[in-house]
Design a protein around this ligand. Structure first.
Ligand code: EPU
Length: 429
């Protein structure tokens, strides 16, 4: 087991380059299964969720070739079976995108029920409803979902909840179906648009991605393509919040500022300075942030995947803030960890009341999930004293080179193995 050891108090200064978007990459890579040619994908983030989805594709027979650290080629010609192995698939939520892409390719998909971050119940009823509307049937056997269709036919689908996963999965299956599919009340996240652009670059006919209604004219086949993944909105937002929490001055580069608007707006409301450039934002702060209320919403609202990070910042704000989590039923497990650092936060269901404190204090804490882990890192960077963050595997699912990137900005952060921690403790008596 590895941990991060952070000695807080250093301001983050300098510039940081944002990697490709995790949640776009984990959709685009399985989408390559639908192609009859080779897909060259650029700006692929080097994170463990991507490594895992690539391993799954490889195990299924895909030929994957790295051109450099962030560019790879996928040739799915040799994928001959619609079954994705349980062992790897169960480790990762986004592996459910194999359902849509295998269904599109074979009219059949057999995939294990997904794992991923634990925010309580994470149903896939809307994904299945979409597949059924396209003419498929499904059964769940031995922990695997088996979706089968004689033929996929275009249809009208209305999503009962705005779901990123369902929107993507239905797009993947519908893109090669017969006829026209209209999906209403869809998610509008930047990675939805990125996936649609990727599929269109392969010859798909998808319109409306980024609005409430997506219209897909099914095509007979998809070709190979070269495509570059968008920058990661949440990685960028995490560094923006870290700059504010440490009262630093940071240029966050390789971003699409439009994707960051909801985060920028909240930071500005808190008195943090944010300057926008074409493909960068500068974030700087000299004072404690002001209190501010935050409600998470599907895009273009404030992203739930930034909720733990902004709560860490609000725990250092002047005054009392209310954080309302409206996307997930249960995404405040990390609050107990922040309390160990001196934060004063009470949670009632989907609402957290954050009484801002002048200081947080270093403590041993856990990364209870990916974004919770990012919040612990932010709190540790801003706190007085030493913070150790356990279970960093969660963090490395979604943040490329976080130690190197933060160290370059002046943070005192190291990754140590469990044994090193015990030796240090013994030496310190
Ligand atoms: N929902 C249903 N039925 C469904 C699907 C979803 O009721 O069939 C509900 C969920 O329970 C939740 C809401 O709809 O309350 C939204 O879920 P959504 O399907 O949008 O989430 P997801 O696709 O499973 C993706 C991201 C998450 C991010 C959410 C919301 C990926 C791989 N994951 O999950 O990202 O929190 O959208 O924006 O894209 C992360 O990156 O840390 C992460 C967890």
């Amino acid at each position: 087991m590895e941990k991060y050891v952070i000695t807080g108090g250093n301001k983050l200064n300098g510039s940081v380059e944002i990697s490709g978007a995790k949640n776009a990459a984990v959709a685009i890579i399985p989408a390559a299964i639908l192609s009859q040619g080779v897909c060259r994908i650029e700006n692929v983030p080097n994170i463990s969720d991507v490594t895992l989805i690539l391993r799954i594709l490889k195990e299924m027979g895909a030929n994957i070739r790295f051109i450099n650290k962030s560019t790879l080629e996928i040739d799915s010609f040799n994928i001959a079976s619609p079954v994705a192995s349980y062992e790897l698939v169960r480790k990762m939520r986004a592996s459910y995108y194999l359902l849509g892409s295998l269904l599109g390719k074979f009219s059949n998909a057999v995939v294990s029920l997904p794992g991923g971050c634990d925010f309580g119940v994470r149903p896939i009823d809307q994904h299945l409803k979409g597949f059924m509307a396209l003419g498929a049937d499904y059964k769940v056997e031995g922990g695997m979902v088996n979706v089968n269709a004689e033929k996929l036919c275009g249809s009208n689908i209305y999503l009962d909840v705005v779901s990123v996963g369902a929107t993507i999965n239905i797009m993947l299956a519908a893109v090669v179906s017969d006829g026209v599919t209209t999906i209403e009340n869809v998610a509008k996240e930047p990675h939805i648009v990125d996936l649609a652009n990727f599929l269109n670059s392969m010859g798909a006919d998808i319109m409306g991605a980024g609005t409430d209604v997506i219209k897909i004219k099914g095509v007979k086949k998809l070709n190979g393509t070269t495509y570059s993944i968008i920058p990661d909105q949440i990685e960028a937002g995490t560094y923006m919040v870290a700059a504010a929490a440490t009262k630093g001055d940071l240029l966050v580069k390789n971003v699409i500022p439009k994707h960051l608007e909801s985060i920028t707006a909240k930071l500005q409301e808190m008195g943090v300075h944010v300057d926008e450039y074409d493909d960068a934002v500068r974030v700087y702060a000299n004072e404690r942030p002001n209190k501010c209320n935050v409600k998470t919403m599907p895009h273009p609202g404030f992203p739930t995947d930034m909720q733990p990070q902004i709560t860490a910042l609000l725990s250092l704000a002047e005054g009392t803030s209310i954080v309302n989590e409206s996307v997930w039923d249960s995404r405040f497990r990390y609050v107990e960890e922040l309390r160990r650092m001196g934060a004063e936060i009470s949670v009632d269901g989907k609402i957290a009341v954050v009484e801002g404190k002048e200081k947080l204090y270093g403590a041993p804490v856990k990364a209870t999930d990916l974004r919770a882990g990012a919040a612990m890192v932010i709190a540790g960077l801003a706190a007085e004293g030493v913070t150790t963050v356990e279970d960093v595997v969660h963090i490395e699912r979604g943040y490329e080179d976080i130690i190197d990137k933060l160290s370059t900005l002046g943070a005192d952060i190291r990754k140590v193995s469990e044994s090193e921690v015990s030796i240090t403790k013994a030496l310190l008596g």
